[in-house]
Design a protein around this ligand. Structure first.
Ligand code: ZN
Length: 273
């Protein structure tokens, strides 16, 4: 009887997240981070939704299923829920402090766009949101990503940004300092699902790695792929540039999970709490 009590206590003490290699690396449950939710063993992958959107589910260590949930920056710390086969399952979102950044932009239109540019920005945002909402069946080739360029990290994800003193959207990706023309490589295999030349993001490529895990690469000087192309892990998709709203050449890389933009540093083992 004492043994049974001990066993029950032990089970209650188990964390909600799984303990495998991928879980340990990716479980950063903060706004703009990733929660790994242990789904236990099952014959087939359970279907998981978060905020009504389908979630990436993989089999870890050939024994248990785990859900890899993207947490939007806008989520408040506290208890959050995913739906596992329709049943609620809780996980905890911890807090994270994101610092402020003040940037001076010469082109006033890139801070306070006129009506014509606003209409363009809105159209482009809708197009990009549709791309982020795609959910393909393929399993990502790798969840621990390769760095897309050789170069030091510059602006981190989540910076609260002020352009010419006015607060704008927080930094949705991770920047790498690199010279114009540096090749950009796919951090995992994927399909090119959107190519654009956008007001803010400049020349841009979206790569779908599978199950809602999607990368966006911005400010390119050249795009070396076409819509629908299949990229192997490490395949070159374009070159670093400074197109769109950029103060100099760099790569801006977004990573999205279940339509939530999350910190790409998590996926390359460079996350800072
Ligand atoms: Zn950036």
């Amino acid at each position: 009887m004492r043994l049974l009590t001990l066993l029950i206590l032990f089970c209650l003490a188990l964390p909600a997240h799984a303990e495998g290699f991928i879980s340990r690396l990716l479980h950063k449950p903060v706004p703009g981070g990733v929660a790994v939710v242990d789904l236990g063993p099952a014959a087939n992958a359970p279907s998981v939704r978060y905020q009504g959107k389908p979630v990436l589910v993989i089999h870890e260590d050939q024994q248990r299923w785990i859900a890899i949930v993207g947490i939007p920056l806008s989520v408040k710390p506290g208890t959050a829920q995913v739906q596992v086969a329709g049943q609620p399952r809780s996980f905890t979102v911890s807090s994270k402090h994101y610092v402020e950044q003040r940037i001076t932009i010469q082109n006033q239109q890139q801070v306070n766009p006129n009506a014509k540019n606003l209409a363009r920005i809105e159209r482009e945002l809708a197009e990009q949101t549709r791309a982020y909402q795609q959910f393909s069946a393929r399993q990502p080739s790798n969840l621990l990503f390769d760095r897309p360029v050789n170069g030091p990290l510059s602006s981190p994800f989540g910076l609260r940004r002020f352009f010419n003193g006015e607060e704008r959207n927080p930094h949705s990706g991770l920047d790498f300092a690199a010279n114009s023309g540096t090749p950009i490589k796919a951090p995992a295999a994927g399909t090119v699902i959107l190519i654009g030349d956008y007001f803010f993001n400049g020349k841009t490529v979206f790569v779908d790695h599978g199950q809602g895990l999607i990368s966006m690469f911005c400010h390119l000087s050249a795009i070396d792929v076409q819509l629908g192309d299949e990229l192997p892990r490490g395949g070159v998709l374009g070159k670093v540039g400074a197109t769109g709203r950029a103060t100099g050449p760099h790569l801006h890389w977004n990573v999205s999970l279940n339509d939530a933009r999350v910190d790409p540093a998590i996926f390359i083992g460079a996350f800072k709490p």
